[in-house]
Design a protein around this ligand. Sequence first.
Ligand code: HEM
Ligand code: HEM
Length: 294
Amino acid sequence: MVPNMFQSILKYKKYRYLKLSLLSVLASYILYLSQGSSQPANGGTLQGYILGIFATFLVLLLASLGIRKRKYSSNLGKLQGWTSAHIYLGTSLLLIASFHAAFQVGWNIHTLAYVLLLAVIFSGFYGLYTYLHYPRVLSINNTGGTQNTWLEEMGEVDDKIKAQASSCQIEMRLFVLSALKNTILSGNFYPQLRGKDLSKIREQSNKKLIPNKNQQRIIDAIATAIPQSMNQAESGALNQLLTLFSRRQRLLKIIRRNLQVRAYLKVWLMFHIPLTVALMAALIVHILVVFIYW
Ligand code: HEM
Ligand code: HEM
């Protein structure tokens, strides 16, 4: 889904799921308060059971987002509704689960389920923050581009660079072509995450590859060569190259930044999804343990 939709997801149908979540929390709070006449508030009273079952139902509902995402990938409206519900109901679980446990947490297997629930919810906050914080980078942004458009433009700029390079002297031509050839868009996951530019260029004198971070090496070389050019055709081509490489420098920065934010999201999902799996396992254990020992 297009991530900068998250702002409209939060407002989905005039905050329908925010309202539903507040209602659920209120109803859960009333249930929680209604305990205590025969037994103090805890997960084992009738109300405690209802709250525990409700919390577990919500966890299962939220965990099914992964399946919904794939199933409704062509139906954005429905998916937006699910994601909106996911965020608000997920957050409401903070309180609903605490009411179920009557805020009794200790060093035991029940608390493991609770701690994992908190971990999933807080990792959810981080994911939401990432989606909201980088909408411009991730999707159709103010300058009107998406990752594919940037990549297409890069291809066009590269073609123009090759055409202009043919009017330059052999040394410069080879230098320019090696800048294109040794540009590294993303590299492995770690440089992608750090937003590192590992691009290189081959020095013609000693054939060694040297760093060409932000295309600066080639830009400097062209700028130095312009006043020394032999004729007007060559100086015209060098001027064009300078403009084209400046554009290329800008495009590469945007593309690399997009990849970096996408890497942030990948790392985030590496926490959110396994933590969900661990939570479900801990819940099964929690339920088994209370049924065996209660
Ligand atoms: C998101 C779901 C759930 C979470 C995070 C959760 C967490 C907890 C926690 C932290 C406690 C307090 C343990 C203590 O007193 O030290 C508790 C108690 C309890 N829970 Fe859950 N629970 C969940 C769902 C359920 C469900 C579905 C059931 C039953 C069907 C259940 C049954 C109980 C019972 C009987 C107790 C009282 C156990 C005791 O006090 O020793 N819970 N739960
Ligand atoms: C018990 C609570 C939660 C569970 C079990 C849960 C589980 C999941 C699962 C399974 C996915 C699907 C990931 C995928 O397949 O790509 C997901 C996505 C997501 N979750 Fe949660 N989550 C919970 C709470 C939260 C909370 C509280 C928030 C934010 C406040 C949140 C924010 C998100 C976001 C932003 C996505 C990505 C949606 C997308 O890519 O379209 N989650 N969650």
